[in-house]
Design a binder for this molecule. Structure first.
Ligand code: UD2
Ligand code: MN
Length: 522
């Protein structure tokens, strides 16, 4: 990287090599000595990450080049659109916020950076006021600070930043990110090729504990579960095939995580920016993902672009109105506008949300009509066939045993554990199953799977390959026959009353099951 051709470089390499020994340089982990660990734990609570570690690391620390070899030699057009970088924050720590800004400035060609816009969502910390304003004046790229008059949430804060921005592209980042070498060019180049493509970098992980920089994978993409939580899932074979195995090509992703992406500014407006009726946090990423795909755009992860993000296990800030209420409201808004009848999966698994007042969505529905967007079923079929929500299904809801009157229950267990059975509670949650048109019995992203005669029935990731996950429901006899073993799902045995068993099919009442909302011919 640093070829020495002059005397000055001797000095430069000296600086770099000294620099690279500092805490956290080259993305290394920072370990706090035993004596300081009490203090460290106290400080952790402020932002829900290791603030002491972050404060020890240089604001312009060095990072490894984590790109695929094939990315390092790619050549991008000289004429790329420029971008405004919009970073919203509420009570962010100084070191993470400024490290985000430095990483943008130091690792982006300046002719591609129109400006950096910091939107302060009514933070209460003093250092984020005048001290911040004075500090950013000395940076090499214009940094504008916008203040929200009142706490508005990240969605309306981003809308404000976008409205004030001038670049041809808008790039959004969270306030605790670190951009790596060459992160920007591949994003902008892809937008130049197709302005209706919204692009995300690979989001690398910055440890919330040690601030170690860990490369993310180009083999995962975005999805979501029945509760409308964003989740990472493996990139399916069909997408690998479409890219002919070239991992440096962008991955078409059904959804985005939400925090880090670039979008052509005119396209951002054409496609309906954000839903300004969403508060604080949550839901806007799925809303935008569905909208982009259903209304004729596309969403991609550009695998040659890497940006790190500090993933936290808990939220450090308050949710005015209550966390659950805010997130449910946002999710209802997106379900009502974009998901058509498939919103049932969300409502049946969390029956409480139908009582949440989600305000008026008529403007968003009109937007959907004006843009002539496609139905959610089109999205499931064409963009996300491996979705947790089946495009076609026979039943959705509890599965009740006729003899014992108990219901199948996933007991909140994880992959590879046994499915349970419990008194029916009618509250959705762990007792929601769907018998799909592919004849799998699903509970969110897990499928009932039997690999041995006489069971047990375990829950495994649905593989869509039939095999041990193929069940035949006989709507007259009410039996659930596991095709591979030719045995039937039965009530629990004497030994373990909490799990169903597999028995030879005999037609007894204990092998009869009622599937909620069963409609054959779906
Ligand atoms: C993820 C996204 C985040 C957003 C969110 C869903 C990534 C890496 N992050 O959550 O961008 O899409 O999912 O809504 O994809 N903030 C405000 N005002 C608030 C709350 C938050 O300005 O009232 C700021 C916050 O300081 C941060 C950004 O919004 O810079 C995202 O918040 P987060 O980091 O708590 O969200 P995260 O990463 O858990
Ligand atoms: Mn974040």
């Amino acid at each position: 990287m640093f070829v020495c051709i002059c005397v000055l470089c001797v000095c430069l390499t000296a600086v770099i090599s000294r620099n690279q020994e500092g805490p956290g340089e080259m993305g290394k982990a920072v370990l706090i000595p035993k004596d300081d660990q009490e203090k460290m734990k106290e400080l952790f609570k402020i932002n829900q990450f290791n603030l002491m570690a972050s404060d020890l690391i240089a604001l312009n620390r060095s990072l490894p080049d984590v790109r695929l070899e094939g990315c390092k030699t790619k050549v991008y057009p000289d004429e790329l659109p420029n971008t405004s970088v919009v970073i919203v924050f509420h009570n962010e720590a100084w070191s993470t916020l400024l490290r985000t800004v430095y990483s943008v400035i130091n690792r982006s060609p300046h002719y591609l950076l129109s400006e950096v816009i910091l939107v302060d969502d009514a933070s209460e910390r003093d250092f984020l006021k005048l001290t911040l304003e004075n500090y950013v004046k000395n940076l090499e790229v214009p940094v504008k600070i916008i203040r929200m008059e009142e706490r508005s949430g990240l969605i309306r804060a981003r809308l404000r930043g976008a409205a004030a921005s001038k670049g041809q592209v808008i790039t959004f980042l969270d306030a605790h990110c670190e951009c790596t070498l060459g992160w920007l060019e591949p994003l902008l180049a892809r937008i130049k090729e197709d302005r209706k493509t919204v692009v995300c970098p690979i989001i690398d992980v910055i440890s919330d504990d040690t601030f170690e920089y860990m490369a993310g994978s180009d083999m995962t993409y975005g999805g979501f579960n029945w509760k409308l939580n964003f989740r990472w899932y493996p990139v399916p074979q069909r997408e690998m095939d479409r890219r002919k195995g070239d991992r440096t090509l962008p991955v078409r992703t059904p959804t985005m995580a939400g925090g880090l992406f670039s979008i052509d500014r005119n396209y951002f407006e054409e496609i309906g920016t954000y839903d300004a009726g969403m508060d604080i946090w949550g839901g806007e990423n799925l809303e935008m993902s569905f909208r982009i795909w259903q209304c004729g755009g596309s969403l991609e992860i550009v695998t040659c672009s890497h940006v790190g993000h500090v993933f936290r296990k808990a939220t450090p800030y308050t949710f005015p109105g209550g966390t659950g209420h805010v997130i449910n409201k946002n999710n209802r808004r997106l379900a009502e506008v974009w998901m058509d009848e498939f919103k049932d999966f969300f409502y049946i698994i969390s029956p409480g949300v139908v009582k949440v007042d989600y305000g008026d969505v008529s403007v968003r529905k009109t937007l959907r009509e004006n843009l002539k967007c496609k139905p959610f079923s089109w999205y499931l079929e064409n963009i996300y066939p491996d979705s947790q929500i089946p495009r076609r299904y026979y039943s959705l809801g509890e599965i009740r045993n006729v003899e014992t009157n108990q219901c199948l229950d996933n007991m909140g267990r994880k992959e590879n554990e046994k499915v349970g059975i419990f008194n029916c509670h009618g509250m959705g949650g762990n007792q929601v199953f769907s018998y799909t048109a592919d004849k799998e019995i699903r509970t969110d992203d897990l499928c009932l799977d039997v690999s041995r005669l006489n069971g047990p029935v375990i829950m495994l990731k649905c593989h869509h390959m039939r095999g041990n996950q193929l069940w035949e429901y006989d709507a007259e006899r009410l039996t659930l026959r596991h095709v591979n073993s030719n045995q039937c799902l039965d009530e629990p045995s004497e030994e373990d009353k909490m799990v169903p068993t597999m028995q030879d099919c005999s037609g007894t009442r204990s092998q009869q099951w009622l599937l909620r909302n069963m409609t054959l011919g779906a």
